[in-house]
Structures are given as C-alpha cells and as structure tokens.
Design a protein around this ligand. Structure first.
Ligand SMILES: [Zn+2]
Length: 420
C-alpha cells in the first residue's frame, strides 16, 4: 500500500510541477513578509474594534466572544474546542437560534488561521459573527439562513502561532504551533499509512468534528487568493473528488460574487479564481482531505488574501468584497449534491449513486456487457455482488464491505467510491 501511494504521489508531484500554475505559498518554508510599510494596529479594547481596521489582542478577542454570548444568549453560545500547547483557548461561536427545535438544520463550520500568520480570515470571521448576530430579526435573508442552519465559526485555530510574540501583537506571528508543527500537514491522511502523533490543536479539532455532524465547512488561509477544493492529495486527473462539478459551481459563485465588489481579486493563481487543490500543488496531511474523507463533510480551503499578514487598514476593504461570498457559501449547505456524475472517457459518462454509499450502489450508463470490478486502495480485487443488471444499469451490493475508499473499475474508466 505504501509503495502504491508513493508512486501516485510522485506522479502527482510531477504533474503539479508542470501545471501552468503558480506554486502554492503554503508549500514552501515560510518567508517573513516585509513588515516595513505595513500597519499592524492592535485593538486593546473591544471598543477599538469598532471600525474593524485593527487586529484584536488575545484578551480583546476573548472579550469579544464573551460579550456576544452575553448579548445574544438565545442566539448563540461559545464552544471551547480545546486549548493550544501554550494554553490559549481555541473557541468557536455556535449560532443556533432557539426557534423550532424539531426542525432539521444542517451544521455548517467556518475555521480560520490554522497557519498563525495568515490572519486576514481571523478578523473576517469575527466580523461575520458580529454581522450574523446583529442581523437576526432585522435582515430577513440572514434570519432565514440562521433559522435553517446551525453555524459554528472558529476565528482562530492556531492562537500560539498568531500570538507567537505575545498576546498583545500579531507582529511576528508565525505559521507553526508552539511545537514547530505545521498543523495543516499533520491531520490523519486518508491516502497514507504513515503513523503520526497528533498535535494537540488538531486532536481538539478532530474531537470537535466527531462531536458534531458538519455537512459543509471551510478552512481559511492567506498567501494567495484562490478557492481550493478537494482533493489536495491528488491532482484531479488521478482522483477527482466525487463532487467536483458541484465544487466548481460553488467556487464560481463565490469568486464571481467577490469580483462584483473587488474586481481585481482572486486572480493570482488561476484565471478562474479556483482550482482543485492537487492541480495547484499536492500536499498530504491537510485538514481538508481529512474532513472530506473521515467526516463525510464537504470542506474546502479558501485562500482569501495574497498577503498572509494583511495590513490592518486594508481589513475593511477585504470584508467589503468577501462578506457576500462568505454568507453565500453558508447557504450552499442547502444545495449539497446527492448523486454524483463521474466523468469517464471522452463522450461517455457513468453515473454512480449514492456516493458515499451504505448498502447499495447503482451504476448507470454502462455499455452492454462491460465488466465491473471493485478494487481496494492497494489495487486488490474485492468480491463484488451485482444484484441486478439491465439496460446499462447495475445494482451493486455494498452491504458487506468495510467502510473506506474503493475504486470501481470498468473498461471505460475508474470511479472512486466511498463506503460509509
Ligand atoms: Zn495556510
């Protein structure tokens, strides 16, 4: 299995290197950004955050979260996801108006600044919390969104990295946690068997994902402006995400909306403003692939500012062009894909649904007489029972399979299947 993965990874890296894309800022050792002309003004009180053109000190951040929970007790509460290596809190604002308790409301999750120096999203998420809470009951659209969706927002996933030089400044913030670990390379990797010891911040986040049932989420970064959808572990030609077409629609809506308010943005990696992660650069151990694979949650990586540590006076400009897209993305949870078309060889499409599957899978669009095989990730054949087959459609019994990733192979092509 290890060898199989290694070959794929090498192929993937070779592909990544020849693609017409700028290399991912994330992929390289961090370069200290020039701070010369940059203002990193800090807010030492909640009142100084009023213009949203400062970064909060750590204590101001905690006080903002506390005051929101106190001001809107029927709308929200603060979850403690865990603590960092140096004992700082990893918090999330959980927004869930206490209206109709019987109504099913899917759970959504935003999380920012897993890389401690990528701080634009930190302030964007704080401002999003403020906007949502203060709009409940006054904005019909946002009220409806909150009534239909449980929304959890974690503004700061790596507080030790952000406040590396102390609680009163983000000057000198850094990518890693206090143990020099890149948190976004050290999640369990669905495509690698290498054993890892789990960083404390990641274990807390894993527990939070396990305790909830998020259906859609995003992880916010900086250093580029591009929407990065799964997988990160493979280029898309080797292993397309089953919902790739849905992702592209979602990314297009996000980017097009942002460009209405800031036409120059999301242009530094691809012309479209989005990419499959592995087509830009392949990484392993990222949170995005972990969450998609192990939690049945569609998560993407949003790279939202070309500068990692954005000058604080530019934060309002970024909010202006990003806010409508941030809100729109939450609403995408109500358009999640049910069945997925798997594009195969040119001119032919095979439809496989549902994917992920529990007990049964239907494959439509099979040429007459074409064989179907099921392989595990090592390429070994897995016994497969076809319970029904006619008119190009086959029903497969998945009931006895172990949960995991499988490859459904026909002479026309190979589709990736997830068994829950
Ligand atoms: Zn990053």
């Amino acid at each position: 299995m290890k060898r199989f993965i290694t070959v794929l990874t090498l192929m993937a890296m070779a592909y990544g290197a020849t693609a017409q894309l700028k290399p991912r800022a994330d992929a390289f050792p961090p370069v200290e950004e020039e701070l010369g002309a940059k203002a990193l003004t800090m807010a030492t009180t909640v009142e100084e955050m009023a213009g949203w053109d400062r970064y909060p000190t750590y204590d101001t951040y905690l006080e903002m979260m506390r005051r929101w929970a106190e001001a809107y007790p029927t709308l929200c509460h603060v979850d403690t996801i865990g603590t960092s290596v140096q004992g700082r809190l990893i918090l999330s604002m959980y927004i869930d108006p206490q209206t109709d308790a019987d109504l099913y409301r899917p759970e959504f999750f935003y999380s920012s600044t897993i890389h401690g120096d990528e701080v634009t999203g930190y302030v964007m998420m704080l401002r999003l919390i403020d906007t949502l809470l203060s709009s409940y009951g006054t904005s019909p659209d946002l009220t409806a969104l909150m009534d239909r969706t449980r929304i959890s927002i974690n503004p700061l996933a790596n507080p030790d990295g952000t406040y590396w030089r102390g609680n009163n400044t983000v000057q000198g913030s850094r990518r890693y946690n206090a143990n020099n670990i890149d948190l976004n390379r050290n999640y369990p990797d669905p495509f690698s068997t290498a054993a890892k010891s789990m960083p404390q911040e990641n274990q807390a986040m894993i527990d939070y994902f396990t305790a909830h049932r998020f259906r859609l989420s995003a992880n916010l970064h900086g250093g580029a402006e591009v929407m990065n959808y799964p997988w990160d572990s493979y280029p898309s030609y080797l292993n397309p995400h089953p919902a790739a077409e849905w992702w592209e629609d979602v990314c297009r809506r996000f980017v097009d909306t942002a460009r209405v308010y800031g036409s120059s943005h999301f242009r530094d990696v691809t012309a479209s403003g989005y990419t499959a992660g592995g087509d830009w650069y392949v990484i392993g151990g990222g949170r995005q692939d972990y969450v998609n694979y192990y939690h049945d949650c569609l998560e993407m990586t949003m790279e939202i500012s070309s500068q990692k540590t954005l000058s604080s006076d530019r934060l309002p400009e970024y909010w202006h062009f990003l806010a409508p897209s941030f809100i729109g993305y939450i609403g995408e949870i109500h358009s999640l894909p049910g069945s997925v078309d798997v594009p195969l060889v040119e001119g032919r499409r095979l439809t496989v649904f549902p994917n992920p599957a529990v007990d049964r899978v239907t494959v439509a669009g099979l040429p007459e007489g074409s064989q179907i095989e099921l392989l595990d990730l090592t390429g070994r054949r897995v016994p497969l029972t076809v319970t029904e087959r006619h008119d190009g459609t086959a029903t497969l019994d998945f009931g006895s399979l172990k949960p995991g990733l499988y490859l459904l192979r026909t002479p026309e092509g190979t589709a990736k299947m997830v068994k829950r």
